[in-house]
Design a protein around this ligand. Structure first.
Ligand SMILES: [Fe+2]
Length: 276
């Protein structure tokens, strides 16, 4: 029964700035706390919270230090990932307890009873290409992933990557997708029932490619327009932030996205919901 399913809270593209610095007039820390509180208010029984990268806007130590207190009291395992706006050295300096592979990448495996969580580090570099936000895995990280998938045994693999390995039709973001995405998809296609989760595009989108089912979640802060022709990847909208909720069923996963900050006072109050 799905009501008994274990839960994962998923959030992405938090983009914490320095004190006083806003993005299109929004305070990313304030917006993250709104999503965090809405998620925990309803789902404090989740197994883990996964933050799918772009934790900060500029990858500065000062920005990770602003985020750290906001994560301190979360009553579950918080799995933190790297995105194109992050910088590995600053991230590890502040979150020194985060597992790092022998190759220095921020990737980890967390096993639950029926599912295996596999988080990838898709940041290209170092050296970090200036003005270029595309992602890259490369042979070392792909080999690590293959081992992680092989080791899943009977567990259902849930793979998390900041950059999508495919085009979404949002042309500005398609220019900065995962550069070796074809290699990632080809590998995942060998493991049926795997589900891939991504961020980066700041929109909630879903689909399947080469037999690989995927879900993409929008940001807790600013959002990408459904813009198929303009190539500027920095175009952003002030829409409600969102958190994702994955229900881990016996045979797979069901993924929900919940907006916060619109009528948020009533969201957690079931008695105030109106019938239609
Ligand atoms: Fe982002």
């Amino acid at each position: 029964m799905i009501g008994d399913a274990k839960k994962l809270i998923i959030m992405t593209d938090i983009h914490i700035t320095d004190e006083g610095e806003k993005i299109i007039g929004l305070d990313p820390l304030e917006r993250f706390c709104l999503a965090r509180d809405a998620a925990l208010d309803r789902h404090s029984d989740a197994e883990a919270m996964i933050l799918m990268g772009d934790l900060t806007h500029h990858g500065r130590v000062s920005q990770y230090e602003r985020l750290a207190p906001a994560l301190a009291d979360i009553p579950m395992h918080v799995i933190k990932m790297i995105g194109n706006h992050d910088r590995r050295e600053a991230f590890v300096e502040v979150f020194s307890d985060t597992p790092v592979t022998s190759d220095g990448h921020v990737q980890q495996i967390v096993d639950l009873s029926s599912h295996r969580i596999i988080t990838l580090d898709t940041l290209d570099g170092p050296p970090y290409p200036q003005w270029h936000h595309a992602g890259m895995l490369g042979p070392q990280r792909l080999a690590w992933l293959k081992d992680a998938l092989e080791g899943a045994g009977s567990r259902i693999p849930l793979v998390f990557a900041h950059h999508p390995p495919f085009d979404t039709g949002i042309i500005g973001m398609d220019y900065i997708k995962l550069k070796d995405g074809e290699d990632l998809l080809a590998l995942l296609a060998q493991y049926p029932n795997t589900h891939l989760f991504c961020g980066h595009v700041h929109r909630t989108i879903s689909g399947s490619l080469k037999g690989v089912a995927w879900s993409m979640l929008k940001s807790t802060c600013h959002h990408g327009p459904l813009e198929l022709e303009k190539i500027d990847p920095t175009l952003s909208l002030d829409e409600p932030g969102s958190y994702g909720l994955a229900l881990l069923t016996e045979n797979g996963v069901v993924f929900h996205s919940e907006d916060v900050g619109i009528g948020s006072d009533v969201q957690s109050d079931l008695h105030s919901m109106a019938k239609h």
